[in-house]
Ligand binder design. Structure first.
Ligand code: C2E
Ligand code: CA
Ligand code: CA
Length: 412
C-alpha cells in the first residue's frame, strides 16, 4: 500500500505528465539553437537544437523543468520527434530561400532504444521534410551506451547507414568505457563540460582531457567541447586538437530568428577578437618552411632543434660531429632553454634565457617576427668556449594552431 507521501508525489508526477502531454499536443515546445564553432578558425560549423517550453503565459521553461518528467514515459520520444520536425522546418525554409544552412544536432533520449524501427522513422520524417540526411546529427547520451550495448551498436550502425551523423553526448560524465566508444561507431564525440570545470591549472585535469582528445582524434572522431566559458579553456582545447567549441564563451542557446541571422552571416565566433584570429592564422608560406629545411640539410647546422611552443616541447637533432651529452634529446622546451642558458658565458646567460623563453618567443611571433636570432658565448660539452649563433625560426603548422620553431645553431 502507498504511504500518504508516496501517494501525493505519485499524483504530482501524474499531474505533470498530463500537463506536459497537453503542452505537446498544443505544440508549446520550441527550439533554441546553440552554435558550434571551429576551434581554430572560428567559423560556424553546426548547432545543437535544445528544447524550450513556451508556456501559455509567455514564459520560457528550461529542460530541467520538463525532461526528467518526460523521461519517465514515452512523452520524451514524442518531444524529440517534435523537435526534429521543427528543425527540419527551419532548415527547409532556409534551403528553399537559398540561405546558408549548417547541420543541426538533435537530442534523442535513450528511450528511443525501445523503438524497433528508430532508423526508418528518422528517415521517414526527414524525407517527408525533404531534408538531406547529412544535415541532421543524432545525439545520444553516453549513459545509453552502458546498459544496452548490443542494441545501441546496431541502432547507431543503422542510423549511419542512412547517411545521418551520430554524436555521443556527455562523454566523460558517466560510466561508459573507452572500449564502448570504440565499439559504437559514431562520428562525433562530445566531451562533457564537467571535465572542463575549473581553470585547468591542475595537471591531472589537463592530462585527462589531453588523453581523451588524443584517443578521439586517433579514432578519427570529430570532437566537440561542451560548456566552454573562458578563453583559457579555449586555448587549452585548441592545443588538445579539439575540433569544435560549444559554450557560453561564444554563444548561448538562442531563438530561431537570432540563430538564422548568425547562419546568414556565417559569422566567425562572436567572442573571438579579430586579433586572436589574426595571430592564429598568420600562417607562414609553405615555401618558407621548405627553405628552412633545405638550409638544415645543405648547410649542415651541427645542431637543429624542432620545438612546439604551444605544447612546450622539443626534439633535438645533432650531426655526427656534434654531441650534447648533458642535454636530453627531447623534452620540455622551457627546460631546454634553462639548460642552454646555463651552458653560456655568465654574462650572456640572462640574455639567452630572456630571449628564448617560450613566452618571449610567443610574443615575438605575435608581433609578426619570422625569426629571433642572437649570438652568445657558449662553453660546449667539450669544454671549449665558442661564439654561437642561435636562430629560432617560426613555422606555423598549417592545420593546427600549434606554433612550431626550428632552431638552427652554428659557430660563428
Ligand atoms: P545537453 O544535451 O548536454 O545540452 C547542453 C546543455 O548545456 C544545454 O542546457 C546548454 O544550454 C548548456 N550549455 C551550453 N553551453 C554552456 C556553457 O558554456 N556553460 C553552461 N553552464 N552550460 C552550457 P539546456 O538547454 O538546459 O539542456 C539541458 C539538457 O536537457 C540537455 O543537455 C539535454 O540532455 C536535455 N535536452 C534539451 N533538449 C532536449 C531534447 O529536445 N530532447 C532530449 N531528449 N533532451 C533534451
Ligand atoms: Ca546534447
Ligand atoms: Ca551534452
Amino acid at each position: 500500500m502507498l504511504s500518504r507521501e508516496n501517494e501525493s508525489s505519485r499524483k504530482e508526477i501524474t499531474d505533470s505528465e498530463i500537463q506536459l502531454q497537453k503542452a505537446l499536443e498544443n505544440h508549446e515546445f520550441i527550439v533554441y539553437y546553440q552554435p558550434q564553432y571551429k576551434a581554430i578558425r572560428g567559423h560556424l560549423a553546426s548547432a545543437e537544437a535544445l528544447a524550450r517550453w513556451k508556456k501559455p503565459d509567455g514564459s520560457i521553461g528550461m529542460p530541467y523543468e520538463f525532461i526528467p518528467y518526460m523521461e519517465k514515459s514515452s512523452l520524451i520520444c514524442e518531444l524529440d520527434w517534435q523537435i526534429l520536425h521543427e528543425v527540419c522546418r527551419f532548415l527547409k525554409k532556409r534551403i528553399d530561400a537559398n540561405e546558408e544552412v549548417v547541420p543541426i544536432a538533435v537530442n534523442f533520449s535513450r528511450n528511443h532504444l525501445d523503438e524497433d524501427d528508430f532508423a526508418s522513422m528518422l528517415c521517414a520524417r526527414t524525407d517527408e521534410a525533404q531534408i538531406p540526411h547529412e544535415l541532421i546529427h543524432v545525439e545520444i547520451t553516453e549513459s545509453s551506451l552502458v546498459n544496452d550495448s548490443e542494441r545501441i551498436i546496431a541502432l547507431v550502425a543503422s542510423v549511419r547507414a542512412h547517411g545521418f551523423h551520430v554524436a555521443i553526448d556527455d562523454f566523460g560524465s558517466g560510466l561508459s568505457s573507452l572500449s564502448m566508444v570504440k565499439d559504437v561507431d559514431a562520428d562525433i564525440l562530445k566531451i562533457d563540460r564537467s571535465l572542463l570545470s575549473g581553470d585547468l591549472n591542475n595537471d591531472k585535469d589537463r592530462i585527462v582531457l589531453e588523453s581523451i582528445y588524443d584517443f578521439a582524434n586517433r579514432l578519427r572522431l570529430t570532437t566537440v567541447a561542451e560548456g566552454v566559458e573562458t578563453r583559457e579553456q579555449l586555448g587549452f582545447l585548441r592545443t588538445c586538437g579539439c575540433d569544435l567549441i560549444q559554450g557560453y564563451l561564444f554563444a548561448k542557446p538562442m531563438p530561431e530568428d537570432e540563430f538564422a541571422r548568425i547562419c546568414s552571416r556565417q559569422a566567425t565566433a562572436s567572442g573571438m577578437h579579430e586579433n586572436d584570429s589574426a595571430d592564429i592564422l598568420s600562417v607562414q608560406p609553405r615555401s618558407r618552411a621548405m627553405q628552412l629545411l633545405a638550409e638544415v640539410i645543405f648547410k649542415k647546422y651541427p645542431l637543429v632543434i624542432f620545438s612546439n611552443l604551444t605544447r612546450n616541447s622539443y626534439y633535438m637533432m645533432t650531426y655526427d660531429n656534434f654531441t650534447t651529452t648533458s642535454c636530453p634529446p627531447a623534452g620540455v622546451f622551457d627546460e631546454l632553454i634553462e639548460h642552454g642558458a646555463s651552458s653560456m658565458h655568465p654574462e650572456d646567460q640572462q640574455r639567452f634565457a630572456d630571449t628564448f623563453h617560450s613566452s618571449s618567443l610567443l610574443a615575438a611571433y605575435k608581433a609578426g617576427k619570422e625569426c629571433v636570432c642572437i649570438v652568445t658565448r657558449q662553453l660546449g660539452d667539450d669544454g671549449i668556449s665558442r661564439m654561437v649563433e642561435t636562430a629560432d625560426c617560426f613555422v606555423k603548422s598549417p592545420d593546427s594552431d600549434d606554433i612550431l620553431v626550428i632552431t638552427l645553431c652554428q659557430n660563428v
